[in-house]
Ligand binder design. Structure first.
Ligand code: DQA
Length: 147
């Protein structure tokens, strides 16, 4: 079975309750279910991981380096200064896509830079929970499992 890593960073475990006017009402469990449904026909399954701490996220990337076919990464606020996360992703062996629920470009200036985006195969912003589904579809399209 091909496994897709779904990695969510700080404050994303409380999706659904967290500023729903910005991030929507879908919970992380809803998102995990939607991604699982998208990739199931291809014989892939999702491995969801959420941590608030950067070190735990880095550990999860290391542990999943060899046995996942690709990853969807919402780094949350670590997009702005998560250099350790960036280096862990540099050593990740498969294609991965950065996702942000909100359109970070339409928000505060401090959200306009991502230290991980230059390493991503692609970036999806501003499409809410559907952005994760699109990222999953893109990884299937890229043939992440064959990389
Ligand atoms: C976010 C955008 C980030 O700027 C913010 O810190 C988050 C969520 C998003 O999905 O829109 O935690 O990554």
């Amino acid at each position: 079975m091909s496994v897709l890593l779904l990695l969510n960073g700080p404050n994303l475990g409380i999706l659904g309750e967290r500023e729903p006017e910005i991030y929507g009402t879908d919970t992380l469990a809803d998102i995990e279910k939607a991604v699982a449904a998208e990739i199931a026909p291809a014989g892939w399954e999702v491995r969801p991981v959420q941590h608030d701490g950067e070190g735990e996220l880095i550990g999860a990337i290391h542990r999943n380096r060899h046995d996942t076919v690709g990853a969807i990464v919402n780094p949350g606020a670590l997009m702005m200064a998560g250099w350790g996360l960036r280096d862990a992703l540099a050593a990740y062996l498969r294609p991965w896509i950065e996702v942000h629920l909100s359109n970070v470009w339409a928000r505060e200036q401090f959200r306009h830079e991502s230290v991980i985006a230059p390493l991503a195969s692609g970036v999806v912003v501003g499409l809410g929970a559907y952005g994760y589904v699109l990222a999953a579809r893109a990884l299937l399209h890229l043939g992440a499992g064959d990389a």
